[in-house]
Ligand binder design. Sequence first.
Ligand SMILES: Cc1cc2nc3c(=O)[nH]c(=O)nc-3n(C[C@H](O)[C@H](O)[C@H](O)COP(=O)(O)OP(=O)(O)OC[C@H]3O[C@@H](n4cnc5c(N)ncnc54)[C@H](O)[C@@H]3O)c2cc1C
Length: 490
Amino acid sequence: MRQKNFGALLLVLFLVAALALTGCQQAGEPAGEADEVAGEAREADVVVIGGGGAGLAAAVSAAENGAEVILLEKMTMLGGNTIRSGGYYNAVDPERQEPLGIEDSIDHHYQQTIEGGDNEGDPALVRILVENALDALHWLEDYGMEFTDKVVAIQGAMWERSHVPAESGGYGYIQTLEKAARDLGVEILLETKAEKLLTDEEGRVVGVKATGADGEELEFRARNGVVLASGGFGANVEMRVKYDPRLTESFPTTNHPGATGDGILMAQELEAGVTGMEHIQLLPLADPKSGSSQHKVVTEIQSTIMVNREGKRFVNEDNRRDVLSAAIMEQTDGICFVINDAREAPEYNNYGEKVEDLVEQGYVYKADTLEELAEIAGIDAEALVQTVKEFNEAVAKQSDSFGRKVWGNTIEVGPFYATPRCPSIHHTMGGLTINTETQVLKTDGTVIPGLYAAGEVTGGIHGTNRLGGNALADIIVFGRIAGRNAAQGL
Ligand SMILES: Cc1cc2nc3c(=O)[nH]c(=O)nc-3n(C[C@H](O)[C@H](O)[C@H](O)COP(=O)(O)OP(=O)(O)OC[C@H]3O[C@@H](n4cnc5c(N)ncnc54)[C@H](O)[C@@H]3O)c2cc1C
């Protein structure tokens, strides 16, 4: 009797499930034959594409707002460019800045972001960025991420508002957000590459077609929304050359190989608009051998100078990244040397690399005197000594002929260090056009319902030139908004 009832119950459950599935498929039927896939469709409230900082922030935020979330990451690990970043995060933070004597304000951050991008950033998006950067940093802290009390100016940041995580580089962001996501029940699928956005008859984005690790076709249905957080296109040669013909294959990049602009291309199939695609940032101070942002002594600019092989300064070191890169490319061999003294040399740099190892491996030159340093690095010794003398005098006056505004220590305590650097493709400022709710807009300015985007996949925030340290604030601030809105199916 019991067995009979159990069998009947199973049948009823099967029929209910079959009906529910059929109903779902009808409600969110993807348009056209091309959207049909082999295999079973999975379903969640929100599907997030990309497991870097923006995607994880969106996933956590969506889950906080009650959504069931699936996150798709095409690589074998989470992290994207976020995990290989320097970790510097810009926010106006009186609690940390005031004890260090740093004057700052939200309006100052806003002004520098807008002007640093030649007034091409969308003022409304920039306002959201600067006004929410600190709250987003506190949100990360609430999930356990630790920041030091240091607030510095990294290259291209233009001001001392770059926060320094306790963990080296971008590791802390990913570790913190992955844990938060898993704790909140987010399902994370690695080696799962989103290929196509699925829409219903009304054009609402209702899912994603993807490829699994073994090449199998997969389908993910999103009841409330899809968040594109697939990063930029710095590693897609064809795409970057299309928008900036100078940036051919021979140009090095700091980016991870998965930064191929997939999200932009997928959304463009739905007539999404793009903004500022031609604005591709070069990191001025990358390693000439590998193009990487690693293998250096110091990232902060306060107490360093940049000199050319002739031993001369040639630019204001606290300038914008595009200005710095252009100036370096004009120097002999297209490189410069960052000079610092012993007081600015940590045992480990911000990527956790031991500086002494870098000296041994030939990435960094080190010597007890400036003359010796110049000799081993191939810099004009007499000129370098004179340049450092003049710089030290300028530190005392807090003024120099280059118009520098960010000052720290003099360069006078040996041993001294010289790190050769050159520009490398770093950040794609352009991307999908979004509104202040992170909804992706079509070329005609209308919203693509059900589709949200955050992070480097978007355009319109940083204008022609991103301030160093603004991207990590961007991905957390807008990732949170995208996750919340996708959860609510705005
Ligand atoms: C070396 C380096 C140092 C940096 N340092 C700093 C810094 O100190 N401060 C700062 O503010 N900014 C820094 N930046 C910039 C900043 O790190 C990035 O702009 C930011 O991390 C981008 O975050 P994101 O989440 O948008 O993209 P990402 O972190 O790149 O994540 C995107 C993810 O999406 C995945 N993906 C792509 N396509 C698909 C697909 N089709 N299906 C599924 N998954 C997909 C990618 O594999 C990747 O994991 C640095 C960048 C680099 C490269």
